[in-house]
Design a protein around this ligand. Structure first.
Ligand SMILES: [Zn+2]
Length: 438
């Protein structure tokens, strides 16, 4: 047969390993992964020694449109994603207005995204007090699962669930529940301060451990599927591993900032490092890496959560006053790859953490792998090329990021979305993913 697109590389990263191969694409799908020196019928692009990766799947992105589009938006977020080798994002249900907690709210969001997106985009729904009766319909309407908080979310229109409400939500629909697990009783109000240590102290590791224990317990009782969002404290790893061994259906993510940045390096007043739960110390970071490598942590996703620069970097440098959220959609791949290679890990590991596992957890069966039958979402990547993070080169709406000025390795050269070449400056070729039709 004749293929639409044929890509050849000495470093094709497949689920079975990295090897010289030729990837053959028709109608947006990978049809075959053949020998490097095969001569399939179709236009061949030889990528030489550039690595060919599956497009990354970032299941934790706050797009904030509509309602807080001045923070970020579908066009700018997905341009940044493409520039960073991410070809699928899943949008979080909060910080937009309205939050995605009902079918009409999902419709509003889909209308905002439709025609504007450069990646494929899926949606999480939200579970908030009082909407348990809406969850089944929202799931049928296409959300991939439901996010809830056990602690103040940072925005008043998305309140947390108390323990009885969590139980009710978990029983309301057979879907994945993704949980921001911090226990409010273990958190104190951060004092006004330019010192990062004062902020970290207000959100100690046991706030995560206690909340995660509660989530695991609730999941066990309801026989529900749960996913722990943005794990920061490695103290919770044994608890999670034990629950999984005991049959609880739990998956876990962490984020580039917890694996690449540490509390010791945060300058006074550098509120671009603020997020919740917080970035902790280097010893904790080493234990998170161990949890990731051991598979207790399944995946690495950005938790890209920008705001306006005025909210993110108040002139006072006060950590208590600053918005909690880090922008890294465009930088996650080189950030993680730079740390991973230094620690002796390989591209196949990064692809498992940032493409394959997130796709599997979100139920995106055709995403996240270079294999016959998968969508031809592909990234040509120069893994050994260094660059300095230049905020003016970021395509996020606001270039405020703690990675500014850092030297990283790994440059995204070319991206294909369902077999079509795409770039941040090209036309938006993304599609909206509906969980009910995937
Ligand atoms: Zn988030």
């Amino acid at each position: 047969m004749s293929y639409d697109l044929v890509l050849r590389s000495t470093r094709v990263v497949t689920p079975r390993g990295e090897r010289p191969a030729t990837v053959c694409v028709t109608d947006g799908r990978i049809m075959a992964v053949t020998d490097h020196d095969a001569t399939p019928d179709g236009p061949v692009t030889d990528l030489g020694d550039l690595a060919l990766l599956p497009g990354l799947v970032d299941t934790h992105v706050h797009v904030n449109e509509p309602g807080r589009t001045e923070w970020e938006g579908f066009a700018s977020a997905t341009r940044a994603a493409i520039a960073g080798g991410v070809t699928t994002i899943v949008d979080m249900p909060l910080n937009s207005l309205p939050p995605t907690v009902s079918v009409p709210a999902l419709d509003v969001k889909r209308r905002a995204a439709d025609g504007a997106v450069h990646t494929d985009v899926g949606f999480w729904g939200g579970a908030v007090p009082g909407n348990a009766g809406d969850l089944a319909a929202l799931h049928r309407a296409g959300v991939l699962g439901f996010k809830c908080f056990l602690v103040d979310s940072g925005v008043p229109e998305f309140p947390p669930l108390d323990p009885p409400a969590l139980d009710t939500a978990l029983r309301a629909v057979d879907a994945l529940f993704i949980v921001h697990a911090e226990n409010p009783d273990d958190i104190s109000a951060a004092p006004p301060s330019r010192r990062y240590a004062d902020f970290v102290a207000s959100r100690p590791p046991n706030a995560e451990t206690t909340a995660i224990a509660r989530v695991l317990d609730a999941a066990r009782r309801a026989a529900a599927r749960v996913h722990i969002l943005h794990l920061s404290s490695a103290d919770a790893l044994p608890l999670i591993a034990a629950a999984r061994d005991a049959g609880v259906s739990v998956t876990v993510e962490t984020c580039p900032h917890y694996l690449c940045l540490s509390a010791e390096e945060v300058p006074d007043g550098a509120t671009e490092y603020k997020c919740c739960p917080p970035i902790r110390d280097r010893a904790n970071q080493d234990r998170l890496w161990a949890g990731l490598v051991a598979g207790v942590i399944d995946c690495v996703v950005s938790d890209h959560s920008p705001s306006t620069p005025a909210l993110k970097r108040p002139p006072s440098g006060d950590f208590a006053a600053a918005w909690g959220g880090i922008s890294s959609l465009q930088i996650g791949l080189p950030a993680i790859w730079s740390s991973a290679r230094r620690r002796g890990y390989r591209l196949i590991d990064v692809v498992r953490w940032m493409a394959q596992r997130p796709a599997e957890i979100a139920g995106l069966g055709t995403k996240g792998r270079i294999a016959p039958g998968s969508d031809a979402d592909l990234v040509a990547f120069a893994p050994d090329e260094p660059f300095v993070v230049d905020p003016t080169a970021l395509r996020h709406r606001h270039p405020v990021t703690p990675y500014a000025g850092r030297t990283l390795h790994g440059v995204v050269r070319d991206v294909w979305l369902r077999g079509q070449p795409v770039s941040p400056d090209g036309p938006p070729r993304g599609r909206l993913i509906s969980g009910s039709s995937r």
